[in-house]
Design a protein around this ligand. Structure first.
Ligand code: NAD
Ligand code: UDP
Length: 312
């Protein structure tokens, strides 16, 4: 039975990953500092003898006697409001924290996967985005702590691979949504759903013409597990759903699916907000035999059901 360490395991994506890996019989150690994650996301796993929860910040080194076979490194706030709250800590998590986890992988001879992001493409001038695209990132803007942090994390992964022969996997995750997103997460799907359920104004930033492509979390977690298991392929590989929508379209869809009385209001667009984003997933199909299965409407209905429960 392999022992798998998941940093950020109490967060949105991490909690789904913990559950899926436990279900397939693995032993899971969840490491989290609870900055944006929550015990609520993993409380149903605590009774499982194969699950261990450790409160720890990856900015500090982590040592264990237990032999670790695989590490999924997810520890980093993902929502713009949270990663900008303490931007210097965000950079630290993606540099010092990543070095700590790569060092741990080296010590244990473990395979390590990095949760990278479509943000490394910045405000893309190529559309859809392929892995070969180098990106268009403002290195001094408010999103840079995350975007540049994730870029240097990829650099560190590949340097450890080249210098130390570490077995690495790099996933570039595109916008993901679903159950276990925090109510105060601040990202678009959770904002629009909570606003719609409470019949509050739906806050579109800018004119709503910017696009994103949304992947349900269960598909995403399957993609990460496939990537970790794939022999002889480091990535980077895009994981996301290529169905692209404007923010106005997603707002209207959520209003319709919730039967809400909410009205759309327009607020200023945050600085450096990417205008469009859609993954080219040819490589994921080829190398991982992976593509999303959950249709947007079905995934949104599940997510709406989840939020109905938590905000009642
Ligand atoms: P999230 O904020 O819900 O989860 C992040 C988790 O990491 C939380 O549990 C948080 O408490 C923990 N954490 C943060 N800093 C930490 C630190 N220094 N030490 C230990 N734990 C720490 O976000 P998420 O959406 O689940 O994202 C998980 C990962 O996937 C992140 O690395 C994110 O950058 C990446 N990602 C997510 C998306 C997405 O759309 N959800 C897209 C691209 C990349
Ligand atoms: N957005 C919005 N209203 C909100 C939250 C976000 O219009 O209440 C927009 C945001 O400006 C961006 C898109 O939705 O254009 C996706 O934002 P999110 O923070 O979810 O993810 P990211 O910008 O990191 O892709």
């Amino acid at each position: 039975m392999p022992t798998i360490l998941i940093t950020g395991g109490a967060g949105f994506i991490g909690s789904h990953l913990c559950k899926k890996l436990l279900e397939s019989g693995d032993k899971v150690i969840c490491l989290d500092n609870f900055f944006t994650g929550s015990k609520k996301n993993i409380k149903h796993l605590l009774a499982d003898n194969n699950f261990l929860l450790i409160e720890h910040d990856i900015i500090e080194p982590y040592f264990t006697q237990e032999k670790i076979d695989q590490i999924y490194n997810l520890a980093c706030p993902a929502s713009p409001i949270h990663y900008q709250f303490n931007s210097i800590r965000t950079v630290k998590a993606n540099t010092v924290g990543v070095i700590n986890m790569l060092g741990l992988a080296k010590l244990h001879g473990a395979r390590i996967l990095q949760a990278s992001t479509s943000e490394i493409y910045g405000d893309p001038t190529e559309h859809p985005q392929k892995e070969s695209y180098w990106g268009n990132v403002n290195s001094i803007g408010p999103r840079a702590c995350y975007d540049e942090g994730k870029r240097v994390a990829e650099t560190l992964f590949f340097d450890y691979h080249r210098k130390h022969g570490l077995e690495i996997r790099v996933a570039r995750i595109f916008n993901t949504y679903g159950e276990n997103m925090a109510e105060n997460d601040g990202r678009v799907v959770s904002n629009f759903i909570t606003q719609a359920l409470l019949n509050k104004d739906i806050t579109i930033y800018g004119d709503g013409a910017q696009t994103r492509s949304f992947c349900h979390v269960s598909d995403l977690a399957d993609g990460l597990i496939k990537l970790m298991g794939r022999q002889g392929f480091t990535g980077p590989v895009n994981l996301g759903n290529p169905v692209e929508l404007t923010m106005k379209q997603i707002a209207e869809k959520i209003i319709a699916l919730t039967g809400s009385k909410s009205k759309i209001v327009y607020q200023p667009l945050p600085k450096d907000d990417p205008r469009k984003r859609r993954p080219d997933i040819t490589l994921a199909k080829e190398k991982l035999n992976w593509q999303p299965k959950v249709k947007l409407d079905d995934g949104l209905k599940k997510t709406i059901g989840y939020f109905r429960e938590i905000i009642k």
